[in-house]
Ligand binder design. Structure first.
Ligand code: ADP
Ligand code: MG
Length: 541
């Protein structure tokens, strides 16, 4: 007997020494259960870890297969005998588990268990979980000595758990900080949103030690979440998959900024439809990317069924990671906006230059060629004619390019005012026989509302048609200025408006201005031509 006791004491000491070296919390916990089983000779060992609500939220077992655990169904959450252990925080030793007054009975398909020994596990003075053993090997009850040994193991275990906890915490913190650094660097290097999503999914997979990580973003129209990036074994199959909205974890995560997690998605109906994979996802976490008011998507990570659920430390680390990643994405988007704006401004400038300079010059070249061709012989005149035709084709080509370069009002997909002005100018060019000079100033497409734009087009059309019909001009210039109001000027170098002529179209232009609280004026001084100026205020937003 004394020999046996010495052996067990040695086993306990060896175990403690080993435990002290363990840094991986999962491994430490599994080791504790295994040592307990060996130390006191029990058929089944379970280590229950308490959640924040004081109920068991994870259970590690020895002696039960994964299939058996699953067959038992929902594991004890702290009612009955286990609840007793959690409340009282003292060891509990029973001859027959089911005979205890606190027993609430076993769920169906639970293997038979009679003898019972349970001890609380305390870390830092607070309840961490319970270690409990059933079915003493060789029959009989657990002994006094068993109880003392198990208590000693529990004391040693709490130190090991604490160590592993601290180590895990610093490892996670370091890993997610490194991942966030990397993401920030890529943002600064100008990586696209798509590239950033892929990186975030990759790093989330690593930090969480998950089997799968996805980033799902809402579709602009339907608002349904679609997987945009995925990392992990099934990644390729998931990209493009639409996640069901509403009551699912990912659907919910998109709205408020609380964490949505499921310890076992295989039996959690909120997560049931979340992913359709070859293998079932067990533990699942879904985080919103961004603040509730500006959530841009969902980051979800999962482990396959049967794997250890995500520990609270991992959840915390990942939550921080997701929050930082969202900030990075926001930055990247602003950056992209600024770049897009710069590109558009550039394109606008090129378009204006092409229109104002290149087309005018080509026109002039064409005209002087025609003039020169008049005095030449047939053969040369023909060649000049072909050259002029080519110039005309070039002008047409430039016009198309100009249209394509012009930024349209992307938000409403309607044709922008700038484009419509170009169309009017093009149409008038044919009737005039020369192209009007055109200048824009200010945010023509962005700042002019639709109704004012309609007026401007009408005024421009009337002004140019008057020039074509009445002015006998050689040139006309159109200038549209947008600032706190719009000013459209159409000025020609024609014969001017004769005094005393009846007005009709011009009267309409005055009415259009008055309707908007603007002003209309006509200057006409004989040989120096006619100048229309039409003004309307813009509502300040
Ligand atoms: N740019 C212009 N150059 C010379 N005369 C003009 C010009 N615009 C208008 N007019 C003269 O003013 C008249 C009134 O113009 P408007 O009110 O537009 O009526 P409509 O164009 O129908 O004649 C015209 O008939 C024309 O004689
Ligand atoms: Mg008219």
């Amino acid at each position: 007997m004394a020999e046996h006791a010495r052996e067990r004491a040695k086993l306990l000491l060896d175990a403690m020494a080993n435990l002290g070296r363990g840094l991986d919390l999962e491994a430490v916990l599994n080791q504790i259960s295994a040592i307990a089983a060996q130390l006191v000779g029990a058929r089944y060992v379970a280590l229950g870890i308490l959640g924040d609500d004081g109920r068991i939220d994870r259970l590690l077992t020895v002696g039960l297969s994964a299939a058996q655990v699953r067959a038992i169904g929902s594991y004890p959450t702290g009612r009955g005998i286990l609840g007793e252990l959690i409340r009282r925080q003292v060891p509990l030793r029973l001859h027959d588990l089911s005979a205890h007054p606190a027993s609430v009975g076993f769920p169906a398909r639970h293997p038979p268990m009679r003898s019972f020994l349970g001890v609380p596990l305390r870390v830092h003075g607070t309840a961490f979980g319970n270690l409990y053993l059933t079915q003493k090997k060789g029959g009989g009850d657990f002994t006094d000595e068993d109880e003392r040994l198990l208590e000693a193991l529990a004391a040693g275990a709490s130190v090991a758990i604490e160590n592993a906890h601290l180590y895990e915490e610093s490892r996670l913190r370091e890993q997610s900080a490194r991942a966030n650094d990397e993401i920030s660097r890529r943002v600064l290097a100008g990586h696209s949103q798509g590239q950033l999503h892929a990186l975030i999914a990759d790093r989330a997979l690593q930090v969480a030690d998950a089997d799968l990580a996805v980033i799902a973003l809402p579709e602009p129209e339907s608002k349904r979440l679609v997987v945009r990036s995925a990392s992990g074994a099934e990644a390729n199959r998931l990209v493009g998959v639409m996640l069901p909205p509403g009551s699912t974890l990912s659907g919910n995560a998109f709205e408020p900024d609380v964490l949505h997690s499921s310890p076992d998605a295989t039996v959690d109906e909120r997560a049931q439809l979340s992913f359709d994979l070859g293998r079932e996802i067990g533990s699942l976490l879904a985080f919103p990317l961004g603040e509730p008011s500006s959530t841009r998507g969902v980051l979800a990570v999962g482990r396959y069924g049967g794997a250890v659920p995500f520990a609270p430390l991992v959840v915390e680390a990942l939550q921080g990671f997701a929050a930082q990643a969202a900030v990075a994405l926001e930055l990247a988007e602003h950056r992209a906006d600024v770049e897009r704006f710069a590109v558009q401004r550039d394109r606008g400038r090129i378009a204006r230059d092409l229109h104002d300079l290149a087309i005018q010059r080509l026109y002039a070249t064409g005209l002087s060629l025609l003039a020169a061709g008049r005095d030449l012989d047939e053969g040369h005149a023909q060649r000049i004619g072909r050259a002029v035709d080519e110039i005309d084709e070039t002008i047409a080509l430039i016009r198309t390019t100009v249209h394509r370069l012009e930024p349209e009002d992307a938000s409403s997909r309607r044709v922008g005012l700038r484009s419509r002005v170009y169309s009017e100018i093009d149409a008038a060019t044919t009737r005039l026989g020369y192209p009007p000079r055109l200048r824009f100033d200010g945010p023509v497409d962005a700042a002019v509302p639709q109704d004012v734009a309609e007026h401007i087009i009408a005024v421009l059309r009337e002004g140019l048609s008057n020039v074509a019909r009445h002015a006998h001009a050689h040139a006309v210039s159109v200038h549209l200025v947008v600032s706190d109001g719009v000013v459209l000027t159409v000025a020609d170098d024609g014969v001017g408006i004769p005094t005393g002529v009846p007005l009709s179209g011009l009267r309409n232009l005055a009415r259009r201005a008055a309707d908007l609280g603007g002003a209309f004026s006509v200057q006409s001084a004989g040989a120096s031509g006619t100048r229309l100026e039409w003004r309307a205020p813009l509502a300040q937003s």
